[in-house]
Design a protein around this ligand. Structure first.
Ligand SMILES: Nc1nc2c(ncn2[C@@H]2O[C@H](COP(=O)(O)OP(=O)(O)OP(=O)(O)O)[C@@H](O)[C@H]2O)c(=O)[nH]1
Ligand SMILES: [Mg+2]
Ligand SMILES: [Zn+2]
Length: 293
């Protein structure tokens, strides 16, 4: 212990306590009265250990980033879990999660889970398009233990957040990666073909193989992040090589003439669904700019 206390990581905020992990143990901490800012899961903090696993959280170190949903700080990786089938992957959710990752400075990994099941049409599109455009893709089956070591390698020494629709296997993956975790999983409702939301609060779990992972509410709807409409295309790396060839320097790749991005869509170099998802997000951002400025 130094004068200023011990360094630790907030792994959970629950019932008015902050659970802080140091090199060895977990401490149940209360906040030192003078702390005004919110303390988040993922915060690196200085704390004073007391007896019997208690402690006082003294200060919060500067954050690398801060996600709003889930509310968590200092995340390195976004693992976007889509199912190969059951439920069929949503390409629009995938693209908005990829934009969110880019906006927040997270490295995204697309994880196509349940490859033990027959491949859905959209899953085939994901495997074909994204890796070719430089996105990271891992195919896995939590059920048959396929691809799990690749996921462990990627998480090693990092903080990772799982995202993706309900029922894709996020909690099942976590249970496999984290010894002793027993997060509730649930069979997807065959009737409606959609998963039920079974996960509640945000907690970081240590991987036996190194690194940390958070389980999140299995969100299927996502607000667009606070991006300016003219910056949205920056978050579509597959548009980059074309966007500086448009006639207008400030081209939104929307209604403009002589747009090289739109030409690339016509030539099938940029997938049409990607472009459509771009336009949907763009229109939403433009609408919000009109309403709130
Ligand atoms: N066939 C198959 N089923 C899987 C696989 N991984 C998970 N499942 C099943 O898919 C269902 C949903 O898994 P969960 O882990 O609860 O999904 P989740 O993403 O945590 O869902 P929410 O908590 O609702 O967001 C469960 O019945 C799992 O057993 C897999 O690789 N293959
Ligand atoms: Mg879950
Ligand atoms: Zn353009």
């Amino acid at each position: 212990m130094t004068n200023g206390g011990v360094e630790g990581l907030v792994i959970k905020n629950y019932g008015g306590f902050y659970y802080v992990q140091d090199a060895k143990d977990i401490y149940e901490c209360k906040l030192r009265g003078k702390i005004k800012q919110a303390v988040l899961t993922g915060d690196k903090v200085i704390f004073t250990p007391l007896e019997q696993g208690h402690g006082i959280l003294e200060t919060v170190q500067p954050r690398r980033n801060e996600l709003i949903r889930p509310r968590i700080a200092n995340v390195d990786l976004l693992l976007i879990i889509m199912a190969n089938n059951k439920p069929a992957p949503s390409l629009s959710l995938l693209d908005s999660l990829l934009v969110n990752a880019s906006y927040n400075g997270l490295i995204p990994y697309i994880i196509l889970n349940k490859i033990d099941l027959p491949e859905d049409e959209n899953a085939a599109i994901i495997s074909r398009y994204y890796p070719q455009k430089g996105f990271n893709l891992i195919k896995s089956s939590v059920r048959n233990h396929i691809g799990i070591d690749s996921i462990q390698e990627v998480i090693n020494n990092h903080i990772a957040v799982l995202a993706g629709p309900s029922g894709t296997g996020k909690s099942s993956l976590l249970n496999l990666l984290v010894e002793g975790a027993s997060i509730r999983t649930q069979d997807i409702s065959e009737k409606i073909g959609r998963g039920r939301h079974t996960t509640r609060h945000v907690e970081l779990y240590p991987l036996n193989s190194g690194g940390w992972i958070a389980d999140t509410p299995g969100f299927s709807v996502l607000n667009p992040p606070d991006i300016e409409s003219r910056q949205l295309a920056w978050h579509f790396p597959d548009f980059q090589e074309f966007s500086n060839q448009c006639r207008f320097g400030d081209c939104l790749h929307y209604r403009e003439k002589d747009c090289a991005v739109k030409e690339a869509v016509c030539e099938n170099i940029i997938a049409e669904f990607r472009y459509r998802n771009y336009v949907t997000l763009l229109e939403e951002l433009i609408k919000n700019e009109r309403c709130y400025r």
